[in-house]
Design a protein around this ligand. Structure first.
Ligand code: SAH
Length: 313
């Protein structure tokens, strides 16, 4: 999964196969920029402060966030230093066109020291999972061989499951959470993770492939499809030792509390008919419970003692 996705993000335009919240409406990035500004205030306005985005895609989220910061939170805008964690050279090129002054990293290890605010939208779902299957009183792990799944005896994930059930573990996501927890715990700051998955750890195979905007076999053409799996938010929160977790909450109420519909209304009033209704429809797509508003969750991991961040009240 890691190698297939590395090839996929290196060579393809992922946004032909799927769309993400920042590509649906500019308001998404604007609200997250203002979320970060409020958190920065509550941290005591450190200057400089690192603003980090993991997996920035086209750069749209951060472009919209920075525009809102410049207008509404000039102090934060002046203090922030932008760092992007991105492995795809292709996408780095697109990000550079929108995000002046950014510094890129292959991984979080090379980020400079200091207080920081981290945003990660649809980042953890792209990281490779392992799948374990409960068999008898032991576990098998699924491996890919010859384009199909085989099972081999394994130690197992340390979870409870019934016969034949699949349990997924995303070790890089847990390592990321562990890093974030110790980092904000020791040096201050907060992280905001938005992605799809259950709030409470679940069982089942959630590996999915999207190719040409349609579901595909994950094994059909490695590197040609986007591979993702649901994020186990409970496991991510538990792995973030050193941080205080807020949420996960559903994306719909989170964005509504941040002012999704008010801001969309203000923008829509400046537009002509079809564009105004498109903006309202985009906000509904992000927020409605049976669309992205319910499946997507939001988790904040904050330095201990920080007030409850916006959207989690
Ligand atoms: N956040 C963006 C893009 C989501 S797609 C949006 O919401 O539109 C996933 C992003 O993570 C892409 O930018 C991809 O290149 C990046 N990515 C995937 N695996 C990565 C890894 N292991 N390390 C760093 N970036 C990665």
């Amino acid at each position: 999964m890691a190698r297939a996705n590395a090839a996929y993000y290196a060579e393809r335009d992922p946004f032909q196969d799927f769309t993400t919240s920042p590509e649906i409406t500019q308001v998404f990035g604007e609200l997250l920029g203002l979320w970060a500004a409020v958190v920065w205030e509550s941290m005591g306005r450190p200057d400089p402060v690192l603003l980090v985005e993991c997996g920035p895609g086209r750069g749209s989220l951060m472009r919209d966030a920075r525009r809102a910061m410049a207008q509404v939170a000039p102090g934060f805008h002046g203090a922030h230093r932008l760092h992007l964690v991105e492995t795809s050279a292709r996408l780095r090129g697109q990000q550079a066109a929108l995000l002046a002054g950014a510094v890129w990293h292959d991984g979080v290890e090379t980020l400079p020291a200091g207080p920081m605010i981290v945003l990660a939208n649809e980042f953890l779902d792209a990281l490779p999972i392992r799948q374990f299957v409960r068999r008898g009183d032991g576990w098998m792990e699924r491996h890919v061989a010859g384009g199909a799944l085989i099972e081999a005896p394994a130690e197992g994930p340390g979870r409870v499951a019934a016969e034949g059930e699949v349990v997924e573990v995303c070790e890089p996501a847990l390592a990321f959470a562990g890093w974030l927890g110790s980092r904000v715990g020791a040096q201050g700051g907060a992280g905001l993770i938005l992605d799809y998955g259950p709030a409470v750890s679940a069982v089942g195979d959630s590996l999915q492939a999207l190719q040409g905007g349609r579901p595909a076999s994950p094994f059909g053409a490695p590197g040609a499809a986007d591979l993702t799996a649901h994020v186990d938010f409970a496991a991510v929160a538990a792995a973030a030792v050193g941080a205080e977790a807020h949420g996960p909450v559903q994306q719909g109420p989170f964005l509504a509390r941040l002012g999704l519909f008010q801001r969309t209304g203000v923008l829509a009033r400046t537009q002509k008919g079809p564009e105004a209704s498109r903006m309202v429809a985009a906000a509904q797509r992000l927020a409605e419970p049976d669309r992205m508003g319910g499946l997507f969750k939001v988790l904040a991991l904050c330095q201990p003692g920080l007030p409850t961040p916006p959207g989690f009240e």
